[in-house]
Design a protein around this ligand. Structure first.
Ligand code: NAD
Length: 236
């Protein structure tokens, strides 16, 4: 399962590109690149502290809780959940081992790349130099043109799925946006949950048009029903 910003929209966390999305009023170059941070670290930190506060106040919605139920119904190792969302709503919904491909909003890291990073729930670490090397610190997010975290990518590539649910992603930001297309091209069914059409829609095995909050509980109810369980048993 791969989730994008739309998967947290129903919890009140703005997406990036929709109406009301963050990139409609802010410039990604200024706030989500190493160059933007070097030019104005205070502006980046102000934006991140606001986003951290919004995420901390938000609660997982029924669709996110349904993902945790799906994992519990099968084995957690059978339902891998990867996300580009920086918030921790899936973790708080009870989803096991979420792969955070774009980092975590509430973590602070060394801006000089010494390797130090730590959870920073009250923003206190964000106001001091790196405790390991004394350099300035930055949000631990993966910014544009930065590599994805190695451990997460290794876990993702080691997993051999038999299909994928793609939830709330515009499929516009590489390299993660390439994942569903690569799966489709290799013959795996990728089902998209999104109220809107995306560039991936033409390749989707099915497109369920609606919000994560409305569609996921119904879908998980179906996937965990005795009928579907029997069908799965006969196929395996
Ligand atoms: P996006 O804003 O581009 O797209 C959100 C998608 O969610 C849209 O397709 C929309 O139709 C859908 N959606 C909206 N409401 C929904 C709902 N209730 N249920 C289901 N779907 C819904 O976000 P994205 O696809 O996650 O793109 C990856 C993002 O990662 C990029 O926008 C990029 O800017 C961001 N990024 C951010 C940073 C950073 O530091 N902040 C760093 C790297 C990447």
């Amino acid at each position: 399962m791969l989730t994008g910003a739309g998967a947290s929209a129903d919890a009140g966390i703005p997406t990036f590109r929709d109406e009301g999305g963050l990139w409609r009023t802010h410039r990604a170059e200024d706030l989500a690149t190493p160059q933007g941070f070097a030019a104005n670290p205070d502006a980046v930190w102000e934006w991140y502290r606001e986003r951290r506060a919004v995420a901390a106040r938000a609660q997982p919605h029924p669709g996110q809780r349904a993902i945790a139920l799906l994992q519990r119904h099968f084995f957690a190792a059978e339902v891998l959940v990867a996300t580009t969302n920086e918030d921790d709503l899936l973790d708080r919904a009870g989803v096991a081992k979420v792969l955070h491909l774009h980092g975590r909003l509430a973590e602070t890291a060394c801006a000089a790349g010494c390797g130090w990073s730590a959870p920073d729930p009250d923003d206190s670490l964000s106001r001091r130099p790196c405790p390991a090397c004394g350099a300035p610190v930055r949000p631990a997010s993966v910014w544009f043109n930065e590599p994805l975290p190695v451990a997460e990518v290794e876990a993702l590539t080691a997993f051999l799925p038999d299909g994928c649910l793609l939830i709330g992603s515009s499929c516009l930001v590489a390299p993660v946006s390439n994942v569903p297309a690569e799966m489709s091209l290799s013959g795996l069914p990728v089902v998209q949950i999104n109220p809107d059409v995306t560039p991936f829609s033409q390749f989707a095995a099915a497109s369920l048009r609606g919000t994560a909050k409305d569609i996921l509980p119904v879908l998980v109810d179906h996937l965990t029903s005795p009928t579907v369980r029997d069908q799965r048993r006969r196929l395996t």
